[in-house]
Design a protein around this ligand. Structure first.
Ligand code: DAT
Ligand code: MG
Length: 140
């Protein structure tokens, strides 16, 4: 009943730096489960839909260019309070403010290249999972 699903993106900077295994390992060691996993380069249309809430922000064009700049790893992560748990593992948006022990705190320096995305609510997670994994079925 308490099980949630959330969307994890290991962004192109993290893939380029060879941090895919490190990041997935942290998620698994926490006790969360990988329910879907894919390496892909997303197009402009998917990037804009995924980040629609930021469409009016000054950094939107750079954000879309960055997230489409190379392969990323998309995953559906499952577990009790998975949304909040993944956000805690990630650390805050600005890696300089993220504490050591978090993914962004340990590996990031720039807000523009902050390694990971995690859905910010159960509602966002459902929307984002449907964008990246349209055939995903939580109870399959
Ligand atoms: P989060 O990724 O922690 O959910 P967000 O949803 O506020 O953060 O922003 C989405 C992404 O946009 C973020 O991971 C990096 C980029 N971003 C956010 N704020 C920014 C800023 N002030 N300048 C440049 N990029 C920014
Ligand atoms: Mg966000």
């Amino acid at each position: 009943a308490d099980v949630e699903h959330t969307l994890l993106l290991i962004k192109p900077d993290a893939v380029r730096r060879g941090l895919v295994g490190e990041i997935l390992s942290r998620v698994e060691r926490k006790g969360l489960r990988i329910r879907a996993l894919e390496l892909r380069t997303i197009d402009d249309d998917l990037a804009r839909r995924h980040y629609a809430e930021h469409a009016a922000k000054p950094f939107f064009a750079d954000l879309v260019a960055f997230i489409t700049s190379g392969p990323l790893v998309a995953a559906v992560i499952e577990g009790p309070r998975a949304v909040e748990t993944l956000r805690t593992l990630m650390g805050s948006t600005d890696p300089v403010a993220a504490p050591p022990g978090t993914i962004r705190g340990d590996f990031g320096l720039l807000v523009t290249e902050n390694l990971v995305h995690g859905s910010d609510s159960v509602t966002s997670a459902a929307r984002e999972i449907a964008l990246f994994f349209p055939h995903f079925a939580a109870d399959a």
